[in-house]
Ligand binder design. Structure first.
Ligand SMILES: CC(C)[C@H](C(=O)O)[C@@H](O)C(=O)O
Ligand code: SF4
Length: 428
């Protein structure tokens, strides 16, 4: 094969070239090494079946495979319990890593365990595997068959995605968060506006690792194959990762689309039912929904269940109470987040305000347990999906927002901004 004349590359092209056999560009097929394969509980049974029955294989590098029991954990039914039992047995037999009930949501856990690193390729049996792009890992979701092939061979093949360049300028105003930025980005791109593309986010030294996870996490909601945040500032040093020089995109790389978001112009945003790109200013929805009672508020998930998210919620809820007739569920994204929130008093603040605390994991995010919605109920959630039936009944309505907005909504019992609550002064 003749090598093409080298051209400037995007970050996706860089990583897929480096981990592959030769230099590749958007549209090329790449065969690449996979640094970590992640399997979630809901997919574990089909993964094991593909491995054992279809491929007759065991994982080529067991240390590169992790199974996480997080989506319906602890188990809700006998069949779920059986599937989880099989996953545990499989891990014990093959030596792959197992993160059992209570350790937390797959993406949060892999990041905490250092199983996603700059320049790595991380494949997950979960669509929000784009989250690993927070640390400049090419993270992507695939189905059970592709995941099994990657575990069996240590490799995968894929078409190199086109890239969309998103540049952030300016600085966020108080009360505006990475979730609001992510929702604005999805609104601008549209729910399928980046289908099979890599969203390459240029943020300079803005955003913490957790905030970068929120941004990369939402990218799949625009249909993206990957969501890569170009390393800058704090993530260079704070997590002990070396950022290889080769991972940075080249000046002059080719993008199919470029957008710029001036952070200084953003207000708190909310995605209204039933599409994630149906995004409005919270201030507007607060007026439109003045008479709408919110039945459930859910703070958690791989999008916004981290310590800074619980802190943001506690800052609003401290000394206050959840409104009568509103349920507030708080589920830390991992046991590590839970421990931190326990140690610094955040959980006590939330509990005293009337929150119901749950086991680290996905909780009611996809409507399988721990807070399923009844017909007609309204939920404000910090998660990433609000399509019909996502959290239970098809006639329930889900609004997506930041933890601060979710907490304020819990206090008021209707859509609210944190300033509405803080303006009331400390209650006790
Ligand atoms: C269960 C899993 C495969 C699913 C996904 O792929 O995203 C879930 O995490 C979700 O958020 O809908
Ligand atoms: S928290 Fe929700 S979005 Fe994230 S992996 Fe779990 S079910 Fe999927």
């Amino acid at each position: 094969m003749t090598n093409p004349t080298p051209r400037p590359q995007t970050m996706a092209e860089k990583i897929l070239s480096r981990r592959g056999t030769h230099t590749v560009y958007a549209g090329d097929l790449a065969v690449v090494e996979v640094d970590q394969v992640m399997v979630v509980d809901s997919i574990a049974q089909s993964f094991i079946q593909r491995m054992q029955q279809d491929l007759g294989a065991t994982p080529k590098y067991p240390e590169r495979v992790s199974i996480v029991i997080d989506h319906v954990a602890p188990a809700s039914t006998v069949s779920v319990a059986q599937a989880q039992k099989e996953a545990r047995e499989y891990a014990a037999q093959t030596g792959v890593r197992l993160f059992d009930v209570g350790r937390g949501i797959c993406h949060q856990v892999l990041m905490e365990e250092g199983l996603a690193r700059p320049g790595w390729i991380v494949l997950g049996s979960d669509s929000h595997s784009t989250t690993y792009g927070a640390v400049a890992a090419f993270g992507s979701g695939m189905g059970a068959t592709d995941i099994a092939l990657a575990a069996a061979s240590g490799k995968t093949w894929l078409k190199v995605p086109d890239s969309v360049k998103v540049t952030f300028t300016g600085d966020l105003r108080p009360g505006v968060t990475a979730k609001d930025v992510a929702l604005e980005m999805i609104r601008r791109l549209g729910a399928d506006g980046a289908t099979y593309q890599s969203i390459e986010m240029h943020a300079g030294d803005r955003f913490t690792r957790g905030e970068r996870m929120t941004l990369a996490n939402l990218c799949v909601e625009a249909g993206a194959k990957a969501g890569l945040v170009v390393p800058g500032g704090e993530i260079l040093t704070a997590y002990g990762y070396d950022i290889p020089e080769w991972v940075y995109p080249d000046e002059g790389a080719t993008y199919v689309q470029s957008i710029e978001i001036d952070l200084g112009t953003l207000n708190p945003r909310m995605s209204a039912p039933s599409e994630v790109d149906n995004v409005f200013d919270v201030a507007q929805l607060r007026e439109d929904l003045r008479d709408v009672h919110v039945d459930q508020v859910f703070i958690g998930t791989c999008t916004n269940g981290r310590i800074e998210d619980l802190h943001a919620a506690a800052d609003v809820l401290r000394g206050r109470r959840v409104a009568p007739g509103t349920r507030l569920l708080v589920i830390p994204a991992s046991s590590q987040v839970m421990e931190e929130a326990m140690a610094d008093g955040t959980l006590l603040t939330l509990q005293r305000a009337g929150a119901v605390l749950g086991t680290p994991g996905c909780g009611p995010c996809m409507g399988r347990h721990q807070g399923v919605l009844a017909p007609g109920e309204v939920c404000v959630s910090t998660s990433n999906r609000n399509f019909i039936g996502r959290m239970g009944d098809k006639d329930a309505r889900i609004y997506l927002a930041s933890p601060a907005v979710a907490a304020a909504t819990a206090v008021m019992g209707r859509v609210a901004l944190s300033e509405d609550v803080l303006a009331q002064g400390e209650v006790a």
